[in-house]
Design a protein around this ligand. Sequence first.
Ligand code: ATP
Ligand code: MG
Length: 269
Amino acid sequence: MNESGQPRDNDSPAIEVRGLSMRYGSLVVMKDLDFQVRRGEIFIIMGGSGSGKSTLLKHLIGLKAPAEGSIHFDGEDFGGAEPDARKEMLKRMGVLYQNGALWGGLTLGENVALPLEAYTDLDAEAIGEVVSLKLALVGLRGLAPLYPSEISGGMRKRAALARATALDPEVLFFDEPSSGLDPITASRLDDLILQIRDSFGTTVVVVSHDLASIFKIADRALFLDIEKKTMTALGPPEDLRDDPPSDEVQRFLTRSSEAGSGQSTRQTA
Ligand SMILES: Nc1ncnc2c1ncn2[C@@H]1O[C@H](COP(=O)(O)OP(=O)(O)OP(=O)(O)O)[C@@H](O)[C@H]1O
Ligand SMILES: [Mg+2]
């Protein structure tokens, strides 16, 4: 449609990955990844532990460079961009890391204010208004003065989400949002992710192996096969479950949900 050099805002993909291979030194994590993330969709990266989900996320946000291939953010080659251009691209992304913690020595309000102080010219009063608004959007109205240690794990994730959305990102990246949360709290966080996408049209990329969450929020899901070291499925998770392209995908999507939601939050490097 827009392959011929005429990117149209809504048709062109938010992210395009071409021929991506990912490596740590001589360890090949994944190779030959080709996919696009569409604007406004909730795109899940799924796969077993160690398959390379977090590593792929690091590539998508430019924290790690491709061993081969390229990643295009809004049509622009991320890896090839000049530092200034990359910084501009990064401002348009919000990220919640797998163990993405708030700063414990700062209040929730101060945490959410950090990206606003770093990347905008807003004065203190305006920042305070944005902080209040962002906290209210995640259901934490009036809790700006509290410290992370004073609130529950689910509320901390919400506060981290408020921080990640502080700059109104076009794309929101989320590594294992439900890890460490009970199913009900995790489900509420999923509601919030859906709400953010629906209200703001934000493109959301989520790493997850939590089946309940995958079926609840994903428009499409990408499966990373740890044995084949490449992607072996991409589509709506219901379609992949009903007509699985491989035994691994079938096993992954039909395993008992206990195995899915109870997995621990392993530390990433
Ligand atoms: N910094 C690193 N240096 C070397 N190897 C790494 C590093 N980070 C991850 N790996 C290896 O890369 C592979 C993919 O790791 P990654 O953390 O991306 O997997 P994951 O799918 O996110 O797993 P999990 O579900 O446990 O979070 C694993 O074999 C891991 O041991
Ligand atoms: Mg991971």
